[in-house]
Design a protein around this ligand. Structure first.
Ligand SMILES: [Zn+2]
Length: 358
């Protein structure tokens, strides 16, 4: 059992502290009919929170963990234990990343249930999963060459290409689409769908006014800043603009006194403070990046302006995507310029600060 040892840290109030977590097979109650399960994951982000909502017919679960034998084993122990052999009739996925959708198809198959997900997350997931077994396309290699990858890094990209589909059980062929602004009913209570974008294309959060809860997925995390990246599928995209807009919109639309149930780390109060922190941190990064571009630089030369730690080979993909997201945002604001050299490499340079619009 979690004990109530609230902790206030950096403006956020954690009712169960930041270190107390449920044992994976023994969910903890966080509100009437809402339970918190924590599944381990074998990576630096070493867990995901899964929310279990009970009703008369059975269970609704929000997010599902990676398709790994260890995660299936946790689910198996939940089926016969905590879930009392009642069916999971509805699987909701906040977004299409493998730690969230990994076992959605498996759970739907097993209980003949339904997957509830936004359309863009569903389609993007199916598109990325279909890369498995294909070779890395030339356009993607050009994209990373332009960012400054050397031949060895391009080889690593080639080797890893298609890995997305390996971490997930195939999604079902049919879904119940979740739409921004609609309300759905779970166990007699209304939950409003709030969509955000930037970390993924059409990320769903669920807001329950009666319980004063927000299931926030990766859209609002208390400590981690969610990755916002540009990928070869959309080289000119500006996901950071969408992310900043989404954070501001959630702050405007949602009350501040909600218990936030994030997909990683611990539940907390302080939604508005956290959204403001996220916006300000990115704006600071954008300013630092602008200053860093006083001489021409490639995307891979921008890590020091954005990350405190050293970026090793394993993190290069995400770090480059994140650097490009900030660069594309500055390009969109017309604060920097980009030029491609004869080797196909892009160089970014600040424009002088002027009072006039160009
Ligand atoms: Zn995610």
């Amino acid at each position: 059992m979690l004990n109530n040892k609230p902790l206030i840290y950096r403006g956020l109030n954690y009712p169960w502290g930041r270190d107390q977590v449920p044992e994976s097979a023994e969910p903890e109650q966080v509100a009437d009919g809402v339970w918190w399960a924590r599944f381990p994951m074998p990576m630096s982000l070493d867990h995901i929170n899964i929310w279990l909502l009970e009703d008369e017919a059975g269970w609704t679960v929000v997010d599902t963990c990676l398709d790994l034998p260890e995660s299936r084993a946790v689910w198996e122990s939940l089926f016969s234990g905590f879930l009392k052999n009642k069916p999971i009739h509805r699987v909701i996925c906040t977004h299409m990343h493998p730690d969230h959708v990994g076992l959605a198809g498996w759970l739907v198959d097993r209980f003949n249930g339904e997957l509830w997900i936004s359309r863009e997350e569903f389609l993007m997931c199916r598109a990325l999963a279909s890369d498995t077994g294909r070779q890395a396309p030339e356009v993607a290699l050009r994209f990373y060459r332009a960012a400054g990858y050397d031949e060895q890094q391009l080889d690593t990209y080639r080797e890893k290409f298609g890995n997305f589909g390996k971490a997930i059980y195939p999604l079902p062929d049919s879904i119940r689409r979740l739409v921004d602004g609609e309300t759905i009913q779970i166990n007699g209570r209304y939950w409003q769908v709030m969509v955000g974008s930037g970390h993924s294309p059409e990320h769903v959060c669920l807001y329950c006014p009666a319980l004063k809860l927000l299931i926030s997925g990766d859209q609002v995390l208390p400590k981690i800043t969610s990755n916002v990246s540009v990928f070869p599928t959309e080289p000119q995209g500006d996901p950071l603009k969408e992310w900043l807009r989404s954070c501001a919109r959630l702050r405007e639309k949602l009350p501040d006194d909600l218990l936030v149930l994030p997909a990683h780390e611990s539940p907390f109060y302080g939604l508005h403070v956290r959204l403001t922190q996220l916006i300000e941190a990115h704006e600071r990064d954008l300013d630092q990046l602008y200053d860093h571009l006083d001489t021409p630089k490639r995307a891979v030369d921008c890590y020091p302006a954005l990350f405190k730690r050293k970026i090793d080979a394993g993190m290069a993909g995400l770090a480059t995507g994140e650097a490009l997201a900030h660069l594309n945002c500055l390009l969109g604001r017309r604060r920097i310029s980009r030029e491609r050299d004869e080797h196909g490499v892009d160089w970014y340079l600040q424009k002088p600060e002027t009072a006039e619009f160009d």
